[in-house]
Ligand binder design. Structure first.
Ligand SMILES: Nc1nc(=O)c2c([nH]1)NC[C@@H]1CN(c3ccc(C(=O)N[C@@H](CCC(=O)O)C(=O)O)cc3)C=[N+]21
Length: 292
């Protein structure tokens, strides 16, 4: 038995096609959505993700605005970039690529984003809206990765109502907001949020109908931890230790390969949730422009 594929690459392409039409409709009204990015430093991973986000924008007709700052940028320089994007009418939504280099206060930076231009849904006001109004549909941006996870499941007719979902990892971009999203009344999942302080993560994972691995620990979810038929989404990314001979390191997900023999569905990494995250970012930018 081999798990069915949750194909995020294909789903994201379908979403971009839908968004291309909505962008064209906005342009007919004289509105051109523009995505801004703030990238600090030269981390190759972050630079690659930001480049992919702008390539997506080009594909659907969204303008790109870049604020690239050196690795030694000061807090004040980052805050100036935020102010420029808040004040720029061509920028209808933007993100600050995380993590920021050590020494910069990312919570403070997120607080300064204009909540109406918050394309990541990480401003405290928008995170607060995820907590409040649990009974009403969301009209504010939802963090991209949690939204992409839910959308990928629903597009594959995987219902979440009453399901036991185990989220591994409590990071600001995935684990914490995902728990808030899944427990909203329209989804009605039951969520267990595991983290480094959890006594026995394996025990929680074993009970789950849906496992979201977002810890950033290579291959931490192994076949023996997964209930047969469960849905497993691999969200974490980490770099393996460099090979002493070649000096090269590789990207690794949180889910071991043999999980595919036990699970009913797997969202692989790459090709699963990553492309969905980018698609939801575009959706947030288009929705912000539509609300203007
Ligand atoms: N403010 C902020 N918002 C974010 O959304 C955010 C962030 N900071 N910091 C870093 C993480 C990481 N992240 C990814 C997005 C897309 C892929 C992605 O598209 N991956 C592809 C391609 C992978 C590859 O080619 O290397 C895939 O999984 O198939 C991966 C990772 C967004 N993040």
């Amino acid at each position: 038995m081999s798990a069915k594929l949750l194909d995020g690459k294909a789903a994201a392409a379908a979403i971009r096609a839908e968004l291309t039409e909505r962008v064209a409709a906005l342009q007919a009204k004289g509105i051109v959505p523009g995505l801004g990015t703030v990238l600090v430093g030269e981390d190759p991973g972050s630079a690659k993700y930001v480049a992919m986000k702008h390539a997506d924008c080009l594909e659907v007709g969204i303008n790109s605005i870049r604020e690239d700052l050196p690795a030694d940028a000061t807090q004040a320089q980052v805050e100036d970039a935020i102010k420029r994007l808040n004040d720029d009418p061509a920028c209808t939504g933007y993100i600050v690529q995380l993590p920021l280099p050590k020494g910069l206060d990312s919570d403070r930076v997120l607080e300064l984003i204009d909540p109406d231009k918050d394309a990541d849904g990480l401003h405290p006001t928008n995170l607060g809206r995820l907590v409040l109004n649990v009974n009403a549909p969301m009209t504010s941006p939802i963090p991209c990765t949690p939204h992409g996870i839910v959308d990928l499941l629903l597009r594959n007719d995987i219902d979440l109502k009453g399901k036991e979902v185990c989220v591994v990892g409590r990071g600001v971009t995935v684990g914490r907001p995902l728990g808030l999203l899944l427990t909203r009344r329209e989804l009605n999942a039951t969520v267990t949020l595991c983290h480094t302080g959890t006594r026995d993560t394996a025990e929680h994972v074993r009970r789950a109908d849906v496992v979201v691995a977002a810890a950033g620990v290579a291959n931490m979810i192994t076949a023996d931890m997964v209930k047969p038929g469960a849905v497993v989404l691999d969200v974490g990314v980490s770099r393996t230790v460099a090979d002493p001979v070649t000096g090269k390191s590789k990207l690794a997900g949180d889910v071991a390969l043999d999980v595919r023999e036990v699970a009913g569905w797997v969202a692989p990494n790459p090709g699963g949730v990553g492309p969905m995250t980018r698609a939801m970012l575009l959706a947030n930018v288009v929705e912000a422009a539509e609300r203007q």
